[in-house]
Design a protein around this ligand. Structure first.
Ligand SMILES: [Zn+2]
Length: 166
């Protein structure tokens, strides 16, 4: 392993552990919240809704899409981890919604110096329509009961505001 690449992070982790206060925590979502959002580094999923570690289950992927794995996480969250509110949160200026599949493959291919046309990317052409569809697929999942509140929100990475969409 290239240990050097992680040195600063491991040093920071030792500092973190010195004042670690989350030990002995259980894994349930104390605020009853689960969020599906993008991997984008501009998103701070807990703080953007006033939550802290221990409060919510967070599932992230490119685009913040409700994929089969996201549904798997939500079903577990609802039945085993105290989740009763689900937010689906894509965001403005997302790479997955501003490039075509061909463009992404071309850019990755250039970076990799080899063909990337076989790589799948979940690009989105209409972000609000995709969000509505994703929210529908959570609401209509047979293992997610109607008592669970499900909302779709577009996060604005320039203002920090959540815009209710679905
Ligand atoms: Zn994104």
């Amino acid at each position: 392993m290239t240990q050097d690449a992680f040195e600063d992070l491991l040093a920071a982790n030792r500092d973190y552990a010195e004042t670690f206060e989350l030990g002995g925590f259980d894994g349930v979502a104390h605020a009853g919240v689960a969020m599906v959002t993008c991997m984008d580094s501009r998103i701070d999923p807990l703080r953007m809704v006033g939550l802290r570690p221990g409060d919510a289950k967070i599932f992230r992927n490119p685009g913040g899409r409700v994929t089969p794995q996201a549904l798997e996480a939500l079903v577990l969250g609802v039945h085993l981890l105290n989740v009763h509110r689900i937010l689906v949160v894509p965001h403005t200026r997302c790479a997955m919604a501003s490039a075509t599949l061909a463009e992404l493959r071309e850019r990755v291919g250039e970076s990799a110096g080899q063909d990337a046309s076989w790589q799948s990317f979940g690009v989105v052409t209409d972000q609000k329509a995709a969000l509505a569809e994703d929210v529908r697929s959570v609401r209509s999942h047979p293992l997610i009961p109607d008592t669970v509140a499900v909302g779709g929100f577009l996060y604005d990475v320039d203002t920090g505001l959540l815009d209710p969409v679905a």
